[in-house]
Design a protein around this ligand. Sequence first.
Ligand SMILES: Cc1cc2nc3c(=O)[nH]c(=O)nc-3n(C[C@H](O)[C@H](O)[C@H](O)COP(=O)(O)OP(=O)(O)OC[C@H]3O[C@@H](n4cnc5c(N)ncnc54)[C@H](O)[C@@H]3O)c2cc1C
Length: 648
Amino acid sequence: MPSSRVLYWFRTDLRISDSPALCASLSLGDIEAFYPVWCWDPSYIYGHRVGLNRWSFLLESMISLSSELTRLNREQKLLVVRSKPQEILPVLWKEWGITHVVWEKDSNAYSKIRDEEIIRLANINGVQVVCVHGRHLYDPEKVGEGYGNKPTLTLHAWQTVTSKMGKVPKPSPTPTTLPDPGITTLPQAKDKFKWEGLDMNSHIRTGHDTCYDHILGPNHDFSIPTMSQMGYSSSTTSIRGGTIQAHQCLSNFLRDPRKVATFSKPASSPTSLEPSTTLLSPYLKFGCVGVREVWWGCKDVIETYTGGGITKEPENMFGQLQFRDMYASAEAATRHFERIRGNHVSRYIDWGLQNQYDPSGHEILPRPRGDLVDEERFEAWKEGRTGFPWIDACMRQLKYEGWIHHLARHSVACYLTRGQCYISWERGMEVFDEWLIDWDPASNPGNWMWLSCSAFFSQYYRVYGLVSWPQKTDKTGQLVRKYCPELKGFPDKYIYAPHLAPESVQRQANCIIGIDYPSPSLDERTEKDRCIARLKNAFALNLHGDAAEVLDGTAAGMFRAKHAESGVSEIKEMSEKERKREEGEKRRKRSGDASLEGFFKRKKVDGGHDKGKGKEKDEEDDDVDRDVGMGEIVKGGKKKKETIQGEA
Ligand SMILES: Cc1cc2nc3c(=O)[nH]c(=O)nc-3n(C[C@H](O)[C@H](O)[C@H](O)COP(=O)(O)OP(=O)(O)OC[C@H]3O[C@@H](n4cnc5c(N)ncnc54)[C@H](O)[C@@H]3O)c2cc1C
């Protein structure tokens, strides 16, 4: 058998255990050289919404993997090349005489397009591709095929298909050694990396970071980037990345057979300070632990459990892992799973702040500043200042830690979409994209569709109470006291509704509602009723993201007519707008400019044509939060640059 020179391309499989792809790469026969490579892809770095916590978790996980590789062979470490895989991999193949490139398969739409290009390039270069499934319990594409190329929109559907696919495979064995790497030199790698005269990263150097100054890192040694090279400050999360940490987390859970056998998701607590579920999601996201290790770890522990109260799917651990797979299979079979337009599984609902597209349906257009009420509610939600302590605490925890309990995610997602705000799930999903460490391209949109009753779930009349719901698991409000410290002086009775506390109680708590902590930004009950009525109409119209009326833009008019016919919400919306308009008028009168026309004209000026003048006006209206044009928001008189989506 001819000897092989293998490049193993690590992606979201940052482990050496339970890795079918890694095992496949090591069984390629007489391996002359083995290169474990990570491509630090600038299009991901600059093109995706990734918060500091996810970045630092990823870097820690890469460090941890690298030390595991070194443990297997002292000559080995993770070789990080800082460039697009489509550009750098062909260079490495040529320079290192690679015969095989191996990676773990990913069925996500973005990865698939990229991988197809890599396969094409490999074919041109005479390199054999070995691409092995291992990220899920079952290959999501195969599940889709088994279901007539349809998405699995219920757990039952997923279970029915997979019941014919055999048992979940046992974890792959962990390698005990690794072959040596070959030479790792690259030509002209001294200064900026040049390949055939081309400075490969010149187009992506921003001048704000040093990450892409050299393709092999500052010391030309394939080093793992650092937060400061990326131009970032430190993260805030207490969740540490790495395959070692992942296995510790798993064994802590498995140590208690009763806990594993009686695990019940609905019985876990979203309000507790310590996670009441496993906290495995960040590790599963980056593949720091294999999904089969979790599955079989639980199975084996339950085998030995002799007590009662064993839980069943869907609330037990197996059900949780199956949900993860269900979303992956649904995503693999659905075009545009991450948005409404063109997505045949997502119900079309006339949410506020929906994405707008160019006529081709591909490019997201800058969203025209819509209803001020929607904009303000969305910002308040994102910034954890809705005036509802439970929502605010969850959002602040999410931003700070990069993780919140599943039912906390339910609460905030329900509030933003169908519960109170009637704002598009795409907006909420984008914030989660950025802030979650465990962000997953299938689970995130999938769960947002579930919570907004756009797909997977349809009981839109079941809405989480903003006060009653958290009280069920914690009457003392410990999570609120931690993440909204301004409220910590309130007695338990008012902790989830401080605006109802008498003034004397507020004074005693050293927190005046409306001054030290916001008054509620909406009326919970009124908005809930309004949302339910509108959703009822949406279900009656029964349009989905791929409907002709959605694509040609007539759907919005159909909704307006339907709401008018049923006497829903427009009146409510008007009165809300009236209130805002009135407030705006009062403010403008105070600032000496009562003309509404003047207000809009000024917006245009501030929209970038005359920055100097804009600033003058900003300072005048110092208490007004408002739009000043394409992608810029004025807050308290200070100009803050933000893209329209606010996240990119
Ligand atoms: C709006 C919203 C967005 C979400 N976005 C994501 C996301 O981007 N990435 C993500 O991994 N999870 C997401 N979830 C699902 C779920 O909240 C997290 O997986 C879970 O809270 C992670 O905590 P854990 O590891 O302690 O979970 P456990 O309860 O211990 O469950 C074990 C594992 O099962 C999987 N799992 C459990 N529930 C779900 C679920 N509903 N969907 C998918 N997988 C599940 C996860 O991999 C999890 O680590 C989202 C949920 C909601 C409501």
